[in-house]
Design a protein around this ligand. Structure first.
Ligand SMILES: [Zn+2]
Length: 560
């Protein structure tokens, strides 16, 4: 196609999920290996439009439309090719880099950079075992790195000198050295180019193909910042580079999950001590680009954070970023280390123990659905109506980010149930309540009798906020209180009792409607001349299951 290089299109296809992109416009449901929805290109009511993530293609069995992520955006949004590329690049967090294929010059240039970085890594590796590197070597061995690990991860040492690199590549143009980020041009007039990394323990950063694209240097004398990374270059983009991914790829596939830890040393220690599927974001903060990269290989992610406040905050952020990538088969979890230890410290003490203590921490990781619920309960005063409202808003905002409509629905039902069961802890009403109502009993239908009316007006005077909360329902059953007319009173009815009373009324009302529908449908079924009307019997089955559910809910709230 005219314009953008095939490499770039491949990168878009590799970085973006076709299910995510199509899912933004077409609600998709997973059936078997594929995702299905109603075709956006022809009019239909039953889904014949399939999307295959592995192949990166969509296909409509109704109208024959077929294509990839790029043609989907072009056709569904009526866009020119180049605009579709731009739109996708924006979603992927990529700049459309060039409007023509990679030139031979550019390919040669990149090759040149790779060679410089590779040679630099060798220089740093040698320096680590030289007298100048003694302190660095002592430090990293002290952190539990035997020599074979140093070799595998190609750790090195940048001596405390301004020209370890800049003075060592006599035949290479300075502009090429600076383009790798290893060397910087002096800002002083007449000054010489100088090394960016000095007196640091060096960690090479690899691309997924195992080529070195950058370095991360850890200070050894306690100077801040503790880590410095190569600035972004043609080969390296910090926001979407994940440390350790080149080593972890196969393991992630085998383990069917990735573990994300906070630091590079932690990632290496985890990979070496039984968790080869571990990676770490580069730099301090996890970005949505990091997660998109990870999700491309596997959507089961266990995040491992420090148990302190900063770790909790980072976990909340990770959860927030993950919502948009969730699928119905994603397993996202959160593990926390307590006692201010990091994985590195925990793992180094494991040698003498039979069960890896890190294994216990990872196995105890909390699923995302519980983690968000805990967050809502921890961060808001759920004992108050205001706090519950805030917590509800928080959960709703997170759920809204889920793209799969069925999963979104499941999440909100799950939380509705938890809100009902945990936030409104109904107390026993004793003699006052309908304690005899059980799941199998025939339930009395709500007739708004004098007693009910009296109870409701008592509630309205003591807990007007409840009447407001359920105003819509109460109006529907013919109760309309003007709460401003009531003077505050006292009541031996607690707020929970009062709410319980209203909710039970609401459930009974729903039951009454269900019973009425059931009666109507049964009559219709009896009168129909068709041998068996499939639709009616389906509706009846649904109503019966709703009746059962409502009855058991009602039993629960009147029993507890
Ligand atoms: Zn179609």
């Amino acid at each position: 196609m005219a314009g953008v290089s095939n490499n770039f299109n491949d990168e878009l296809r590799a970085r973006l999920s076709i299910v995510d992109i199509v899912g933004r416009r077409v609600p998709l449901t997973k059936k078997g290996k594929d995702y299905w929805g109603c075709c956006p290109f022809h009019n239909e009511k039953t889904p014949s439009f399939s999307v295959n993530e592995q192949k990166g293609f969509y296909h409509c069995f109704g109208c024959g439309e077929h294509g990839d992520i790029i043609s989907f955006v072009m056709k569904s949004q009526n866009m020119q090719y180049i605009d579709a590329i731009k739109e996708l690049a924006q979603i992927a967090g990529l700049k459309v880099p060039e409007l023509r294929p990679k030139t031979p010059e550019q390919a040669a240039r990149e090759q040149n950079y790779f060679e410089i970085l590779e040679n630099a890594a060798r220089i740093y590796q040698r320096a680590l075992f030289s007298p100048a590197g003694a302190k660095a070597l002592e430090y990293i061995r002290g952190r539990g790195f035997p020599d074979d690990m140093l070799k595998k991860y190609r750790l090195g040492f940048a001596p405390d000198s301004f020209n370890t690199i800049s003075g060592n590549f006599a035949n290479v143009k300075i502009s090429n050295l600076t383009a790798t980020g290893l060397v910087r041009e002096s800002t002083r007039p007449g000054g010489s180019p100088y090394d960016f990394f000095r007196n640091r323990l060096m960690f090479p950063i690899f691309n997924p193909n195992g080529q070195i694209v950058a370095f991360s240097g850890r200070s050894l004398d306690g100077s801040e910042p503790k880590y410095i990374n190569t600035s972004d270059t043609e080969l390296f983009h910090k926001r979407r580079t994940i440390f350790g991914l080149n080593f972890a790829r196969d393991a992630i596939y085998k383990a069917n999950r990735s573990i994300v830890v906070e630091g590079q040393i932690d990632a290496i220690q985890m990979q070496t001590h039984g968790f080869p599927e571990t990676v770490a974001p580069l730099g301090t903060a996890l970005t949505d680009e990091h997660l998109q990269m990870l999700a491309k290989s596997n959507r089961n992610i266990t995040f491992c954070f420090d148990g302190d406040g900063a770790g909790q905050k980072a976990a909340a952020r990770a959860a927030d970023l993950t919502m948009a990538l969730l699928r119905d088969n994603s397993d996202v979890r959160f593990a926390f280390m307590t006692g201010g230890k990091d994985p590195d410290e925990i793992l180094r003490k494991t040698n003498n123990e039979k069960i890896n203590p890190m294994r216990k921490i990872i196995d105890a990781a909390v699923p995302l659905v519980d983690f968000l619920w805990d967050l809502a309960n921890k961060n808001y005063l759920i004992a108050t109506p205001g706090g519950r409202t805030q917590a509800e808003k928080f959960l709703k905002t997170e759920i809204e980010k889920i793209t799969d409509p069925n999963l979104k629905n499941e999440y909100s039902q799950e939380y509705d149930q938890r809100k009902f069961q945990q936030w409104h802890k109904w107390k026993k009403v004793g003699a006052r309540g309908n304690a005899s109502v059980g799941a199998n009993n025939h339930l009395p239908l709500p007739n708004i009798d004098a007693i009910t009316h009296k109870t409701l007006s008592e509630i309205a005077s003591v807990y007007p906020e409840l009447i407001e909360k359920y105003a819509e329902f109460l109006e529907k059953i013919g109760i309309n209180f003007d709460t401003s007319n009531f003077k505050p009173q006292t009541s031996n009815l607690t707020s929970a009792d009062a709410e319980r009373f209203i909710v039970s009324l609401k459930l009974k009302n729903y039951l009454q409607n269900l019973e009425r529908d059931k009666k109507e449908l049964t009559l219709k079924m009896l009168n129909t001349t068709e041998p068996k009307d499939q639709k009616i019997s389906e509706q009846l089955a649904f109503i019966n299951s709703e009746i059962q559910k409502t009855q058991s809910l009602l039993a629960k709230i009147t029993e507890i």
